[in-house]
Structures are given as C-alpha cells and as structure tokens.
Design a protein around this ligand. Structure first.
Ligand code: ADP
Ligand code: MG
Length: 354
C-alpha cells in the first residue's frame, strides 16, 4: 500500500547539510498497522512527511496505493492537481492536534471538505458522521479550548478521515496524552483500521504503542531503517535490537563460569512450566536474572534471561531441551565473552537459533 525505495532527504543550509533520510526502503501492506520507532532525530517525522509529499524527497520514490507520488510532484499545474487529489486519499494526524481554535469541532472537521469544494449540506452530514465514528457527537458545537487532549485528538482523527482516505499517517499522535487517554486513542485507531480497512503508518518513540496495536514495525537510526518485519518476526529474530527494546530483559551473570541464556516464549509455550521441567530433568539450578511478559499483537509473548551453572559446553543438552520445547533460545554474548576465548560452538548455536 505504501512503498518507498531509496528515499533520501538532505536538508541543506548555509553552514551544513543534514541527511535526515538515507536510502529508506519501506513497505507497508494494505490493511496493516505499521509502526516506526526510533530516537529523537532518527528521521521519523521526515519519513512520514515525505510519504505524503509534505516534504519533497531529495531522491527516491514514494508509491501510495499504486500511485507514484514522486512522479506527480512538481511537474506543472496538471500534475500538481493530481498530487492534491492523491494526497486527499492520505489522512494525517499530528502530535499537537493542529486544530483551529476559532472554529467549532464540527467546522474543524469540515475544513478539508471545504477545500475539496463539497457543498454545505453534504459537509455537515459528513462531519457529523465522522464525529459519531470517533465518539464525539455531543461536542460538535464546542470549541477546541473546551476539550480534553484525548477529545482534541479525536477531532484530529475525524478531520483526517474527511477525504475517505485509504491511508492514515500519524506522527506521535499519543505523545502529548496521558497513559489512559493514549490507550483509548490507540484503541480507536485499531478499530478504524479494522472497520474501514484503513492502512495506518504511525511514528512513535513509545514501545508500548508498537506492542498494543502494530502488526509490523521498523526501527530507524540515523535516517535508515535498521530492522523491520511483522512484530512476531521481529520477536523471533535472534539478537534483534527491536525485540530487546520491546522486551528489555536485563541481568548480568553472577560469576565467570556461568551460561546466560535468553529464552523467548510465544503463544501457548508461554504457559507451560518449561523452566521447572528443565531443572528437574537435568538436575540443574536455574537462576532467573530477568523476565518480561506481555501481550503483543494479541498474542502472549514472554522473555526470560536465565543462568545455568557451568560454561556453555556443559549446558549444550539443557539448551537443546529448551529448543525442543519450541522456545527461541539465544545464548547471551556477554556470558560467552566472559568465559575464556569464545567456545567454538557458541556462535553456531546462536546463528542456528530460531
Ligand atoms: P525524528 O522525527 O525522528 O525526531 P526528524 O525527522 O524530525 O526526526 O529529524 C531528522 C533530522 O533532520 C534531525 O537531525 C533534524 O534536526 C533534521 N531536520 C528535520 N527537519 C529539518 C528542517 N526543516 N531543516 C533542517 N533540518 C531538519
Ligand atoms: Mg518527530
């Protein structure tokens, strides 16, 4: 639904150039909620602004719903009107809502419809429909200053939907909201995604947002996408930084001759007493160094960092047992490095982990 290839954006100024996007290949499938995470300055906002051509890319292409927007941009008057048309199929939601304070809620939602040249009666009907969709029917005549943050964002979402877009872009839509309101806005985005078949590309710096509503996710760093995939793919990728951010399990080895292992549980494996079985079957003392359990994209997933006595070579069999149980097992680098030169098998085992 959204594809970018080699997308690059360089901001030029007198004293220096900033490469905000450095060859981004993004692919968002129709009907999914796709989250992009990354630190401040990673290029997330620039990416989303390039997707609807609010920002002109320096090079690369942007295709939305099969239409090459970069080809439409800046090629004379007729192409510009085609670009405007294409853009009306892309809704956008902002962190600070960007509502007009002098207009009522309803008039804010009607604004894009006015720009599209839709008549007063149709505008009003459509705006009320949209306000109903976001649960704000009773606020149609209120002014933005009379609304809570969450209500303002609902107006922002209704306005973004005015042109019946197939795609909704959201730049930190929940970053200015408290946790409870954040949850309700995320739920609304999820509902709209399902009810309207809306494809959602959202930018966030909050991992919770990814966990709660995203089907797929990407991690951005220095203008590049360094990891991407469906959330379950990401979570089952050994050594994934994104997975580690989603499930930050910490914990250091308690001594030199120990093997530290990260175990990831998916679905029903999460509820089986695997660790106590391991301990009983092999008569080993398992220490739990850290653990996190959560529901991701509707599935229960957990991570646990455990420590087994003895170096890696002595733990090949128990580690094999964990793999046989269908668990993803990563032998932590730190523990391997802590032992005298890395055992020959260690890397192989890690690479083979699934
Ligand atoms: P993020 O949204 O991930 O925080 P941005 O896309 O806003 O990142 O910014 C990426 C980089 O581009 C930063 O180094 C930022 O300072 C720079 N940048 C963003 N917008 C502009 C601009 N209009 N002019 C110059 N530099 C910019
Ligand atoms: Mg930003």
């Amino acid at each position: 639904m959204i594809t970018t290839t080699g997308l690059t954006k360089v901001y030029r100024s007198r004293d220096r150039d900033v490469t905000a996007l450095d060859g981004v290949d993004l692919h968002v499938r129709e009907g999914e909620v796709y989250g992009v995470v990354g630190r401040s300055g990673a290029g997330k906002s620039t990416l989303i602004r390039c997707v609807n051509l609010l920002e002109r890319p320096s090079s690369g292409t942007v295709t939305v719903g099969g239409q090459d927007l970069t080809a439409l941009a800046g090629r004379g008057h007729r192409a510009n009107s085609a670009l405007r048309q294409a853009r009306s199929g892309i809704g956008m939601v902002f962190q600070h809502f960007n509502l007009l304070s002098s207009r009522t809620v309803q008039a804010n939602v009607e604004l894009p419809l006015e720009i599209l040249g839709i008549s007063g009666k149709d505008r009003s009907r459509k705006a009320l429909e949209l306000l109903d969709l976001v649960g704000l029917t009773d606020k149609a005549k209120a002014y933005p200053a009379q609304l809570s943050g969450g209500q303002k964002q609902r107006v922002g979402i209704a306005r973004a939907l005015a042109g019946d877009p197939k795609v909704l872009l959201s730049d930190e839509a929940t970053s200015a909201l408290d946790p409870e309101t954040t949850r309700s806005i995320l739920q609304l985005l999820r509902d709209l995604n399902r009810q309207l078949g809306l494809t959602v590309l959202l930018i966030t710096h909050e991992m919770d947002v990814i966990k709660t509503i995203c089907d797929s996710a990407a991690l951005m760093k220095n203008g590049r996408i360094v990891e991407s995939g469906t959330v379950s793919e990401v979570l089952s990728t050994p050594g994934s930084e994104l997975a580690q951010e989603l499930f930050p399990v910490g914990g250091e080895a308690s001594g030199p001759d120990r093997t530290v292992v990260d175990v990831t549980f998916h679905g029903e494996a999460a509820t089986r007493p695997v660790i106590s079985q391991l301990s009983r079957t092999y008569n080993v003392d398992v220490s739990i160094l850290g653990a996190a359990m959560d529901t991701v994209a509707g599935r229960q997933v957990g991570r646990m960092r455990i420590e087994l006595p003895g170096p890696f070579e002595e733990n090949v069999v128990p580690i094999g047992f964990l793999r046989e149980q269908g668990l993803q097992v990563d032998v932590a680098e730190t523990a391997v490095a802590a032992a005298t030169p890395a055992p020959a098998g260690a890397e192989l085992v890690k690479d083979g982990a699934k």
